[in-house]
Design a protein around this ligand. Structure first.
Ligand SMILES: *Cc1c(COP(=O)(O)O)cnc(C)c1O
Length: 363
């Protein structure tokens, strides 16, 4: 494993400024004093591991990322535990996924050691940016955003021979300031985010770009998120733009679409499925038709719906709205969703023991 050379920021945010930000961080609005960086060239492989001052990148306008969208990213969080130590959640899952994304986008793979090392190197220098929760309801964390871009200056169409990997960090407050409220979701039938053989399973910026127009349509319909269906028949539920979908039945099944070429393998999704039995839920991964949700919700058999992902953990779904019908799911967060949420958060914040190896110490 390579060591990250420290180049300390000579002008870090003054303590007062940092504390004001940590008191009201929002999400993704502020960034810490440093960033990790590793450089890749075809000849040298990954090299020049550094943690350096956070700041603008200098890139050639012909860099491949600007033209052919060769870019991938990850998202995870650092949590402060009661004894002052700082931890992250299942980072090797993110490292594995980043390499699956890298393979699909023809970017170089990075070792799990370098991946976890880049997080540790950054959090070591920016530890003061990891807020201490006041109580169990105070969901403060430091959001970590590793990403990789194709940086070769070259307009021909082929995989870049140069890449840069960075990690930036942004303090995050509770996603739902003012309490958890179910959100309304727009069912996108005409616009799709992923198709068979495409990049749906990869965490790449291009998938998000492809989801934004549907997001605008959702907003026009008064919805906060988009539910995507399969590209071929618009018959099966897939996922939201950046979160996986879960349904709970009245006989305590936790159902979610199986991961596939078009559905991203969420670490939150996987972890909730693994935790489900401990709170009396049976995890089920299979195809789910839109019609099944519609019919079984109306019959009182599907009693809860929620979306899950690192940023918001669990987001209860109030209604699924489409141009010809609406599923009225719930006006309040469901019992199973809230139980799963607190079970996961208790592990992440070190208030409960999780399965072996889930929490990894960063500082
Ligand atoms: C990141 C992401 C998720 C959630 O994954 P987590 O690992 O749980 O954060 C779900 N869907 C898409 C498309 C994503 O990009």
């Amino acid at each position: 494993m390579s060591t990250f050379v420290q180049q300390k920021n000579s002008q870090p945010a003054p303590q007062g400024v940092r504390e004001a930000i940590l008191a009201k961080p929002g999400f993704g609005d502020y960034f810490t004093d440093h960033m990790s960086h590793v450089r890749y060239t075809k000849d040298q492989g990954w090299h020049a591991h550094t943690v350096k001052p956070y700041g603008p990148l200098v890139l050639d306008p012909a860099a491949a990322v600007f033209h052919y969208a060769q870019e991938i990213f990850e998202g995870m969080k650092a949590y402060r535990h009661a004894d002052g130590s700082v931890w992250t959640f299942r980072p090797t899952k993110n490292a594995e996924r980043m390499n699956k994304s890298a393979a699909r986008l023809a970017l170089p793979e990075i070792s799990a050691e370098d991946f976890v090392g880049s997080l540790r190197a950054l959090v070591e220098l920016d530890e003061a940016w990891v807020a201490t929760p006041k109580d169990a309801a105070d969901e403060v964390s430091l959001y970590l955003r590793p990403f990789m871009i194709a940086s070769e200056k070259f307009l021909g169409v082929r995989a870049s021979h140069e890449a840069d990997y960075y990690v930036i960090a942004s303090p995050a407050g509770p996603y739902f300031a003012g309490g958890i409220k179910p959100v309304d979701i727009w069912l996108s039938k005409d616009l799709k985010r992923a198709g068979t053989g495409g990049t749906g399973f990869a965490k790449c910026g291009g998938n998000y770009a492809a989801s934004l127009q549907a997001g605008n349509q959702a907003a026009e319909k008064g919805c906060q998120q988009v539910m995507f269906t399969d590209a071929k028949e618009s018959k099966y539920l897939e996922e939201l733009g950046g979160m996986n979908l879960m349904l709970v039945t009245k006989d305590n099944e936790l159902i979610t679409p199986s991961v596939s070429e078009t559905i991203l393998d969420g670490v939150t999704r996987r972890s909730l499925l693994e935790l489900a039995p401990s709170i009396g839920l049976t995890p089920v991964e299979r195809d789910i038709e839109v019609a099944e949700w519609r019919e079984r919700a109306a019959a009182g058999e599907i009693v809860e719906a929620f979306a899950c992902g690192t940023a918001a953990v669990i987001t209860p779904i109030g209604r699924l709205v489409s141009d010809d019908f609406t599923i009225e799911q719930s006006t309040e967060p469901g019992e199973a969703a809230m139980k799963l949420r607190s079970t996961l958060l208790d592990i992440q914040y070190g208030r409960a023991e999780g399965p072996e190896g889930w929490m990894v110490k960063l500082a």
